[in-house]
Write a protein that binds this ligand. Structure first.
Ligand SMILES: [Zn+2]
Ligand SMILES: [Zn+2]
Length: 101
């Protein structure tokens, strides 16, 4: 019972005149009252706090790898740039093709 009166998704009732408005309407079609909740103040402070937390990434700089070093895809051991095979499992360095002769 009452299912046929189901409102379209996003529709809203005017708080002033109780007219039912469509989701895309920003004002009441009857009395031009603003849609309830549409005037939420946008706080930019919350946004800056967000980006500040991601700035913690900079702390990883001290873990910077020696230039050219590479991580073995198989055992994740870090190898020196001059190593062409993993020192641990002897897997070939990623990106280096087996030389064809
Ligand atoms: Zn209204
Ligand atoms: Zn390895």
């Amino acid at each position: 019972f009452g299912d046929k009166f189901k409102k379209p998704k996003g529709s809203w009732d005017c708080a002033v005149c109780l007219v039912s408005n469509k989701a895309e309407d920003n004002k009441c079609v009857a009395c031009q009252s603003e849609k309830a909740g549409s005037s939420v103040p946008v706080t930019s402070s919350g946004v800056s706090a967000f980006s500040a937390s991601s700035g913690g990434f900079l702390g990883l700089d001290k873990f910077k790898k020696p230039e050219g070093s590479w991580d073995c895809e198989t055992c994740l051991v870090q190898n020196k740039a001059e190593a062409t095979k993993c020192v641990a499992c002897e897997s070939a360095k990623p990106g280096t093709k087996a030389e064809l002769k």
